[in-house]
Design a protein around this ligand. Structure first.
Ligand SMILES: *Cc1c(COP(=O)(O)O)cnc(C)c1O
Length: 385
């Protein structure tokens, strides 16, 4: 392989940029090539160079998997065609009759996958607000699934505390860490058994690819996840893997600016009289502020808020912003605005996971902070003039 850079002891940014397969040993290319080959020549029957068929493994994918696993402090990582495909593989670790606990404000797609795909196949699914998690666990609870910070209410869950409760009951803890990315928090280091990501969001970071990832330190879970990745086959193509790995190289600098731009936006929202409440872990009066300060390197780039004028005002703000683009998704360079109850979370309306109809969610991007603040200000001013 030539002289590969030894990553241990190096900082996050260095490991993000030089991780994965590193400089291509055959050509010296500094980027991992996009290996567009579905099959690989075998040197003899049963003798190959680590790859035989691209569903089972592809060098571009292997590079991304190694890179992300290393950043999560994981021994094993698996890339998928979407965040939901990664979640599907994780839920397939369970079987009929097993019980799984989801938070009441889980990502809508997670709730839909658990209740409408796995529950009909015999999995028992319960939601919990995690306030008294012990009461929601049963003898057959095999998996506790959390997200932190949550989408779209930005609750912060104490991963270490939940891991202890879950493990005490013989249950696995899975953390969907999409909102945080490994730059802000590393759940496996805090006791989680499995971490999952939608790489579509901050990891890719440019709204140009859909992908998923899951990682663990447990060899048995890894073997099962690797089996599922190959057996079910929801794998990402090599170009998608390349795009995600390219995004990972700038993750740290992007996250820093996402976080600081979000703080500027929070300051405006806090003082504007059209706004009722602002939800962001940076706020000292936010329920999760102390845990976030301990568990995360920064407070993240997603900000939610409710409006004094209720749902009509929420819809009006979404109509009036110019730089904040009305769209689903989050975590990319451009700022987005959305109305969760009618957009990203429409599928959970009427369930325990329903979100308030006067809520607006912002994904604060990397544009000039003053421009973002001015854009929101003009949209909010129109509501109170
Ligand atoms: C987007 C998202 C997912 C699903 O990922 P896809 O890449 O869209 O399939 C899962 N969890 C969270 C928190 C998300 O934001």
């Amino acid at each position: 392989m030539g002289d590969r850079l030894e990553l241990s002891g190096l900082g996050f940014e260095t490991r993000a940029i030089h991780g994965g397969s590193g400089t291509d040993p055959t050509t010296g290319a500094v980027n991992t090539p996009v290996h567009l080959s579905s099959t690989f020549r075998q040197d003899a029957v049963g003798v190959n160079r680590g790859f035989e068929y691209a569903r089972s493994g592809n060098p571009t994918r292997a590079s991304l998997e190694a890179n992300l696993a290393e950043l999560e402090g994981a021994d094993f990582g698996f890339a998928f065609a979407s965040g939901m495909a990664a979640e599907d593989a994780v839920m397939r670790l369970l079987g009929p009759g097993d019980h799984m606990v989801l938070p009441t404000d889980a990502y809508g797609g997670t709730y839909r996958l658990a209740t409408r795909v796995f529950q009909p196949a015999g999995l028992q699914v319960a939601t919990s607000d995690l306030g008294a998690l012990e009461d929601d666990l049963r003898p057959n609870t095999k998996m506790v699934w959390i997200e932190t910070p949550t989408n779209p209410l930005l609750r912060v869950i104490d991963i270490e505390a939940v891991a202890e409760i879950a493990h005490h009951h013989g249950s696995l803890l899975v953390v969907d860490s999409t909102f945080a990315t490994p730059w802000l928090q590393q759940p496996l280091r805090l006791g989680a058994d499995i971490v999952v990501h939608s790489t579509t969001k901050y990891l890719g970071g440019h709204s140009d690819v859909v992908g998923g990832f899951t990682a663990t330190n447990d060899p048995d879970l890894a073997e099962h996840l690797g089996f599922l990745q190959n057996a079910v086959g929801a794998v990402p193509g090599p170009f998608d893997c390349f795009l995600v790995q390219r995004g990972v190289k700038t993750l740290a600098v992007r996250m820093e600016r996402h976080c600081s731009n979000a703080l500027a936006v929070v300051e405006l929202l806090r003082e504007h009289r059209a706004v009722e409440t602002v939800l962001h872990p940076s706020l000292a009066d936010h329920d999760g502020h102390d845990v976030a300060s301990r568990q995360m390197r920064g407070f993240g780039g997603i900000v939610s808020f409710t409006l004094s004028g209720g749902e009509p005002a929420a819809l009006e703000v979404c109509r009036r912003t110019r730089i904040f683009t009305l769209a689903e998704s989050l975590g990319a360079v451009e700022s987005l605005i959305e109305h969760p109850s009618r957009m990203t979370h429409a599928s959970v309306t009427g369930s325990s996971n329903e979100v308030p109809s006067d809520l607006v969610r912002l994904s604060v991007g990397l544009e000039t902070a003053d421009d973002l603040v001015a854009d929101l200000r003009q949209a909010l001013d129109a509501l109170v003039s």
